[in-house]
Design a binder for this molecule. Structure first.
Ligand SMILES: *[C@@H]1O[C@H](CO)[C@@H](O)[C@H](O)[C@H]1NC(C)=O
Ligand SMILES: *[C@@H]1O[C@H](CO)[C@@H](O)[C@H](O)[C@H]1NC(C)=O
Ligand SMILES: *[C@@H]1O[C@H](CO)[C@@H](O)[C@H](O)[C@H]1NC(C)=O
Ligand SMILES: *[C@@H]1O[C@H](CO)[C@@H](O)[C@H](O)[C@H]1NC(C)=O
Ligand SMILES: *[C@@H]1O[C@H](CO)[C@@H](O)[C@H](O)[C@H]1NC(C)=O
Ligand SMILES: *[C@@H]1O[C@H](CO)[C@@H](O)[C@H](O)[C@H]1NC(C)=O
Ligand SMILES: *[C@@H]1O[C@H](CO)[C@@H](O)[C@H](O)[C@H]1NC(C)=O
Length: 403
């Protein structure tokens, strides 16, 4: 009997449990349905509420709400037409004018320009097909004696792959034909005194103007005495395929290096972080944004790096070494000859230009690191060349430099 009795008890308990469950399910259902009804009722109230508030807002406050787009009002909003004399607006809100300024002339102050140029999209994908460009930035006093060589270098190249910027002394106007890649490419400039911080200011001004074109990916600084030693396709591929920027940066334990460091830069810049390097840099867009966005370290150089300290030789090499060393190849792609000694590098004129000499700049047997590999192409550009070198260089360009 015991098993039956036990079974009976069990059955009773199961029945009880079943009833309990039913009650639970029912109560959940009731709450659920009640919730739906409540939800429907309140949301319709809320909708009504907002609808009525919105109507109030629009009908009663139309004169205060100048920023609300509206096309049923008879008076046009003040700033919605580019040609309106009130708006001073040259570039209307269009993706084209945002992506690149059509006209390089602007009235931005440096602080405004640098802020504008420091804007970086958070979104990874572009709403257009972006082809990376190389920005060739010429820092000159006046005329460009090597202009014809550069024009030949750019001749017949796809204009979507490069841009040209020229920072000349204020008042100087580059005289070039309207089909030249240098035409209309002068940026608003300021006085530059060689050896002072105004030189580094001009470099940053070039960078900032070039950053306004969102397709510019690589930025190379050039002078009036620089020449290209490879053709455009080689230069383009070399730069756009490189994972590193090319800023020479080395520790020079002499009075020409560490000797120019000032203890007044402590505690922000330590002696062991101090670097030297050539002014003629080539950098990636990411690094360019870091450079023009820095105020703290730049101001220290402005204050404490005065002759015989030269900001153009120390600021970038030191700043990049301190914060972005892993992005840098630490070597320059611009060849220069210091072998004669003295404060200035060798200047090459007409008599010095031979096929062998240009070949040795292109490849002298030395290998350089490039993307974890070794390459015989170490230099893409060279300096310094006197105006008299132009004629023999033009004669050599197609046979030796292949452009
Ligand atoms: C603007 O006007 C057009 C046509 O007159 C109309 O279809 C559209 O809904 C209006 N837009 C707004 C925001 O009122
Ligand atoms: C906007 O400019 C166009 C010409 O560019 C002109 O026809 C139009 O009347 C202007 N509209 C307003 C609201 O100023
Ligand atoms: C660029 O803008 C300046 C000033 O706004 C103007 O003087 C100049 O003519 C413009 N250049 C071109 C090519 O549109
Ligand atoms: C360049 O120097 C930095 C230190 O500033 C170092 O971290 C980096 O690895 C060097 N770059 C290459 C390509 O060796
Ligand atoms: C260039 O050639 C001249 C004349 O032959 C020579 O005096 C000078 O040293 C050469 N310059 C260089 C940098 O080799
Ligand atoms: C090649 O050039 C590099 C620097 O441009 C120099 O350091 C090296 O000594 C040169 N090598 C030869 C074999 O001339
Ligand atoms: C150009 O180069 C050729 C040899 O390649 C030479 O015969 C000629 O004299 C050169 N002309 C000039 C103007 O340098």
């Amino acid at each position: 009997m015991k098993p039956i009795a036990r079974g009976g008890v069990k059955e009773e308990a199961e029945k009880h449990m079943g009833l309990l469950k039913l009650a639970q399910i029912l109560s959940v259902l009731v709450v659920f349905v009640a919730g739906i009804i409540l939800g429907l009722v309140t949301s319709s109230h809320i909708n009504d509420y907002f609808r009525s508030q919105a109507q109030l807002f629009i009908t009663n406050n139309i004169n205060d709400v100048t920023y609300m787009p509206s096309n049923n009002s008879k008076e046009p909003p003040k700033n919605d037409n580019c040609s309106s004399p009130l708006s001073q607006c040259e570039d209307c809100l269009s993706i084209e004018s945002f992506l690149l300024p059509k006209n390089l002339t602007h009235a931005l102050r440096d602080d405004e320009l640098f802020w504008r140029a420091s804007l970086v999209p958070y979104k990874v994908e572009y709403p257009y097909s972006r082809v990376p460009k190389v920005a060739f930035m010429f820092l000159t006093r006046g005329p460009l004696p090597m202009l014809r060589l550069w024009e030949r270098f750019f001749d017949d190249q796809d204009e979507k792959l490069f841009t040209v910027y020229v920072h000349a002394l204020p008042g100087y106007e580059l005289d070039v034909s309207s089909d030249s890649p240098f035409h209309g490419r002068q940026i608003p400039s300021q006085t530059v005194e060689w050896g002072t911080v105004t030189l580094a200011d001009a470099e940053r001004r070039l960078l900032a103007n070039a950053l306004l074109d969102f397709s510019n990916e690589r930025f190379v600084l050039l002078s009036e005495s620089c020449i290209p030693v490879y053709n455009f396709p080689t230069v383009y591929k070399y730069l756009t395929s490189s994972v590193h920027s090319f800023v020479e940066s080395y520790d020079e334990p002499t009075r020409y290096g560490r000797g120019r460091y000032s203890r007044k830069m402590l505690p922000d810049i330590q002696l062991y972080q101090w670097r030297k390097g050539s002014q003629w840099f080539e950098i990636h867009r990411t690094l360019a944004v870091y450079v023009i966005s820095d105020t703290k370290y730049y101001d220290l150089f402005k204050k404490y790096c005065k002759p015989a300290c030269y900001p153009d030789e120390h600021y970038l090499p030191t700043f990049i070494n301190m914060f972005h060393g892993s992005l840098n190849a630490n070597r320059s792609v611009t060849w220069v000859d210091w072998s004669m000694g003295g404060p200035h590098p060798a200047l090459y004129g007409e008599a010095n230009i031979t096929e062998g000499f240009i070949q040795s700049i292109r490849n002298n047997g030395t290998l350089c690191a490039y993307n974890e590999e070794q390459t015989s192409v170490c230099h893409l550009f060279a300096r310094k060349f006197a105006p008299s070198a132009l004629r023999p260089l033009l004669n050599l360009s197609s046979t030796v430099m292949e452009f």
